[in-house]
Design a protein around this ligand. Structure first.
Ligand code: ASP
Ligand code: MG
Length: 412
């Protein structure tokens, strides 16, 4: 009888070189020998996906998405083979599977495909035979038997989706950090590891640029109620559980402070205030494939208004040119751009039920003379756009203001 069925995912840095691969292999075998059934999901060796992307871009600026997937999927294929060898070298049985072999069936959207269905029969068969199943992350196959990939960071999604399909007891995500912290520990020395975070909080933090878990993977885990344990592959310490929210979590207003320096701001002044203008402007931006994050429109004066919005910094120049192109059509006065901004956010399911949280945030920033350029809120998040040079200061001050460094009255 096995104790548990575990899905364990190892990211690129955890299998960064042969030594690390062997370390990971020994760890997996240890857990197997305790009597557990194990399905491992692995990413490409750190840096490999970027290297492959660069190769493609050396040939053409706009690589065909189908061929890109053929290229990108090789990174994970190498990793599963190597890890399987390393486990076998430890004297345990292991077998590697590509996304096609498992039949991780996806839609046809190359480079960011969605998983439609997983046929776990081959994996189950391997487990029945006492093997450790090693599945390639990030890749799938569509109905036409074409290789697809799931978007950057997609191995997390593979792991969560496999855990759901296998009805696994837990999905462990092994990474190079110890878990999810109240703030970036490199920035805030008093940052604490959170024992538990709610799916919703994790989705906000992931989409805010904290690169611990892919946001889509957390969405999937939430929908299928897969418990995730984010932990380090270099230490034995327990990490952070990402789980369904409960009442205890709401007692604390703010769980963490996130920041993101990957955005840029575009402002259009003197826009004619009449129906259809925003639709035209953002329609054009969307058509070009640029994803807009925050949007702020001012109250109109003399029939004119200002609109500001943020885009990924890598799309800044493209977005600015595009807006300059539509400026005349929407009767705009001036286009201003700023790519030296940062977005600082407080996140917590408790924000829903605590009053005055946003005001407290603004007051803390004001006390440090940090000017707020834009504000956006959701039920469980307040974000402020500020000058980039104040990002670190703002994170530290907010961490103090919400007393996140202190051990909580009741450990969550
Ligand atoms: N290797 C892919 C990437 O770098 C998938 C992953 O690491 O999760 O995005
Ligand atoms: Mg990752």
């Amino acid at each position: 009888m096995s104790l548990a069925l575990l899905v364990q995912k190892f990211g690129g840095t955890s299998v960064g070189d042969v030594g690390r691969l062997q370390h990971v292999a020994r760890r997996i075998v240890e857990v197997k020998e305790e009597g557990n059934e194990i399905v491992v999901v692995v990413s490409a060796i750190a840096g490999e996906t970027d290297r492959l992307l660069q190769l493609a871009h050396q040939i053409t600026e706009t690589p065909n998405a189908r061929e890109l997937d053929v290229i990108l999927a090789t990174g994970e294929q190498v990793a599963i083979g190597l890890l399987s060898l390393a486990i076998q070298a430890c004297g345990s049985k292991a077998r590697s599977f590509t996304g096609t072999q498992v039949r991780i069936l996806t839609d046809n959207v190359h480079t960011r495909a969605r998983i439609l269905n997983i046929d776990v029969e081959r994996v189950r068969q391997a487990l029945r035979e006492g093997e450790i199943a090693i599945v390639a992350g990030f890749q799938g196959v569509n109905v036409e038997e074409e290789v697809t990939t799931l978007g950057r960071g997609g191995s997390d999604l593979t792991a969560v989706a496999l855990a759901a399909a296998l009805d696994a007891d837990i999905c462990e995500i092994y990474t190079d950090v110890e878990g999810v912290y109240t703030a970036d520990p490199d920035l805030v020395s008093t940052a604490r590891k959170l024992p538990r975070v709610a799916y919703e909080e994790m989705i906000e933090v992931a989409s805010l640029g904290a690169r611990v878990l892919q946001a889509r993977a957390v969405e999937y885990a939430k929908n299928y109620n897969v418990s995730i344990h984010v932990r380090s592959s270099f230490t034995r310490n327990p990490g952070t559980m990402v789980v369904q929210e409960d009442r205890d979590m709401e007692r604390v207003a703010v769980s963490g402070i996130a920041y993101d320096k990957n955005e840029a701001k575009i402002t259009i002044t003197g826009v004619v205030d009449r129906p259809g203008i925003a639709a035209k402007l953002f329609g054009r931006v969307a058509e070009s494939g640029i994803v807009v994050d925050m949007i702020v429109q001012n109250i109109s004066q003399d029939g004119h208004t200002d609109i500001s919005f943020t885009v990924p910094r890598s799309d800044f120049h493209k977005a600015k040119e595009l807006v300059e192109g539509v400026a005349r059509e929407i009767g705009a006065n001036q286009i201003l751009g700023d790519d030296r901004i940062a977005k600082v956010s407080i996140v917590g399911v408790g924000i829903r039920t605590h009053s005055g949280v946003a005001a407290k945030m603004f007051a803390a920033l004001a006390a440090e003379k940090v000017n707020i350029m834009m504000i956006s809120t959701s039920e469980i998040k307040v974000s402020c756009v500020i000058e980039e040079q104040y990002a670190e200061l703002a994170v530290r001050v907010l961490h103090d203001t919400f007393q996140l460094g202190d051990p909580p009255a009741e450990e969550r």
